[in-house]
Design a protein around this ligand. Structure first.
Ligand code: NAD
Ligand code: DAU
Length: 349
C-alpha cells in the first residue's frame, strides 16, 4: 500500500486531484494536508471523505516541526504539492503571505522529505505543482516551453518561481526525486469566486458590475480542471525524475471575448433577453504588472507521456456554469463573511 501526501487538497485543483486518486487507486492511502485558509473548503470533498483510503490532516506547511513530525509519523512514499496562496491580486496587497506559504512552506516539505527518505530514495517522488506565470508574459505570438527562461512579474509568480528553483536545487544537490509541472489557467467546479470565471458567474447572476481590468485584452489559455488532475496523475506515475512538464489547454481566449461568451450562456440560462448582462461590463483600473498573454506549448507532455486535454471548451464551460448555478449553497457559504470585506476592499463596486 502506497501512502501519498497531497497538500492543498481542500482547494480548487487539489480537491479534484484528491478525488481522482482516492477513487482510482483504492490500493493507495491518500493524505490530504491543508491549513483550510479562506480558499480551503472540505465541502469540496464531501462525496469521498468517508472512503477508507482517505485521510485529512489539518496543518500549516509553514510550520516546519509539524510537517517533519507528520512525515515521521506517516512515512509518505510520495508527495503531490499543491498548497499555495494562489491569487495574483492578493499577492499585490500582501506579498509576505505568498513568501511564507509558497517559498518557506515548499522548502519545509522538501526538508521533511529529504530527512525521512534519506536512507532509501527508491520509489519515492516529490511532485511540485507550479504555474505558467513563472515564465512571464508573451507578446502576440509564441508559447512557453519548458526551456523558456523564468521572468515572473507578480509577487505570486515570483514566489512560485522561487519554489520551483528550490525544488530543482534539492534534486541537483541532494538527489531528491523531484518532478515539476507548470500549468495554464484552470476552470471548473469548486474554484473560489475571486478568480475571473466564478467571480463573473456570481456577479452576472446577482446583476452586479463585472470589473474588467484594463481594456480586457489580456489572453489566458484555459484548461478544464479535471484534465489538469489527469495530467497530474500521468506525470506523478510516469514523469521522469528531475524533469519539468508544461500542461496547457491549447485554448487561448482574450478576457473580453471569454466574458461575452459567459454572458451569452448565462443570459440564456437565467431566462434574460440575449445580451442583457453586457450592460454589467465595467472597465476598471488595470492590475499592476498585468501579464498580457500566456500560452503553453504542451508538446513534451503529449509526445513523451501521451497526455492531451479531453474536455472541449464549450462543453467544460457550460458544465462549469451549470455547477455554479446548481450549487447555490456552496457559493453562498464561500461568499459570506470575510469574502464581503475582500470584495469591498478590492473592487469597492
Ligand atoms: P486554491 O487557492 O484554490 O487552493 C489552495 C489550497 O492550499 C487551499 O485549500 C488552502 O487552504 C491551502 N493552503 C494555503 N496555504 C496553506 C498552508 N500554509 N498550509 C497548508 N495548506 C495551505 O489554489 P488552486 O487554484 O487550487 O491552485 C493549487 C496549486 O496549483 C497552486 O500551487 C497553484 O499555484 C497551482 N496552479 C493553479 C492554477 C489555477 O489556474 N488555479 C494554474 C496552474 C497552477
Ligand atoms: O496561469 C495560471 C494562473 O492562473 C495560476 O497560477 C493562478 O493561481 C490563477 O489564479 C490564474 O491567474 P490569473 O491571474 O491569470 O487568473 P485570474 O482569474 O485572477 O484572472 C484571469 C484574467 O482575468 C487576468 O487577465 C486578470 C483578469 N481579471 C481578473 C479578475 C479577478 C479581470 O479582468 N477582472 C477580475 O476581477
Amino acid at each position: 500500500m502506497k501512502k501519498i501526501l497531497i497538500t492543498g487538497g481542500a482547494g480548487f485543483i487539489g480537491s479534484h486531484v484528491v478525488r481522482l486518486f482516492v477513487n482510482k487507486y483504492p490500493e493507495y492511502e491518500i493524505f490530504n494536508l491543508d491549513k483550510l485558509t479562506y480558499a480551503g473548503n472540505l465541502e469540496n470533498l464531501s462525496d469521498i471523505d468517508k472512503k477508507s483510503n482517505y485521510h485529512f490532516l489539518k496543518a500549516d506547511i509553514v510550520e516546519a516541526e509539524v510537517i517533519h513530525r507528520l512525515f515521521e509519523e506517516h512515512r509518505f512514499d510520495g508527495v503531490i504539492h499543491l498548497a499555495a496562496e494562489s491569487h495574483v491580486d492578493r499577492s499585490i496587497t500582501n506579498p509576505m503571505e505568498f513568501i511564507f506559504t509558497n517559498v518557506v512552506g515548499t522548502v519545509n516539505l522538501l526538508n521533511a522529505a529529504r530527512s525521512i527518505w534519506k536512507d532509501n530514495l527508491n520509489d519515492k517522488r516529490f511532485y511540485h505543482i507550479s504555474t505558467d506565470e513563472v515564465y512571464g508574459s508573451l507578446g502576440n505570438s509564441g508559447s512557453f516551453k519548458e526551456t523558456t527562461p523564468y521572468n515572473p512579474h507578480s509577487p505570486y509568480s515570483a514566489a512560485k518561481a522561487s519554489s520551483d528553483h528550490f525544488v530543482r536545487a534539492y534534486h541537483d544537490t541532494f538527489q531528491l526525486p523531484t518532478v515539476i509541472s507548470n500549468c495554464s489557467n484552470n476552470y471548473g467546479p469548486n474554484q473560489f469566486p475571486e478568480k475571473l470565471i466564478p467571480l463573473f458567474i456570481n456577479n452576472i447572476k446577482n446583476n452586479k458590475p463585472l470589473p474588467v481590468y484594463g481594456q480586457g485584452i489580456n489572453v489566458r489559455d484555459w484548461l478544464y480542471v479535471e484534465d489538469h488532475a489527469h495530467a497530474i496523475d500521468t506525470i506523478y506515475h510516469n514523469g521522469q525524475i528531475g524533469e519539468t512538464y508544461n500542461i496547457g489547454g491549447n485554448n487561448e481566449w482574450k478576457n473580453i471575448d471569454l466574458i461575452k461568451q459567459l454572458i451569452e450562456i448565462l443570459d440564456n440560462k437565467l431566462g434574460r433577453p440575449a445580451g442583457t448582462s453586457l450592460a454589467l461590463i465595467t472597465y476598471v483600473t488595470d492590475r499592476a504588472g498585468h501579464d498580457l498573454r500566456y500560452a503553453i506549448d504542451a508538446s513534451k507532455l503529449k509526445n513523451e507521456l501521451h497526455w492531451e486535454p479531453t474536455v472541449k471548451f464549450t462543453e467544460g464551460f457550460e458544465k462549469t456554469v451549470d455547477w455554479y448555478l446548481n450549487n447555490e449553497k456552496w457559493l453562498k457559504n464561500v461568499t459570506s463573511g470575510s469574502y464581503q470585506d475582500y470584495y469591498k476592499k478590492m473592487y469597492g463596486l
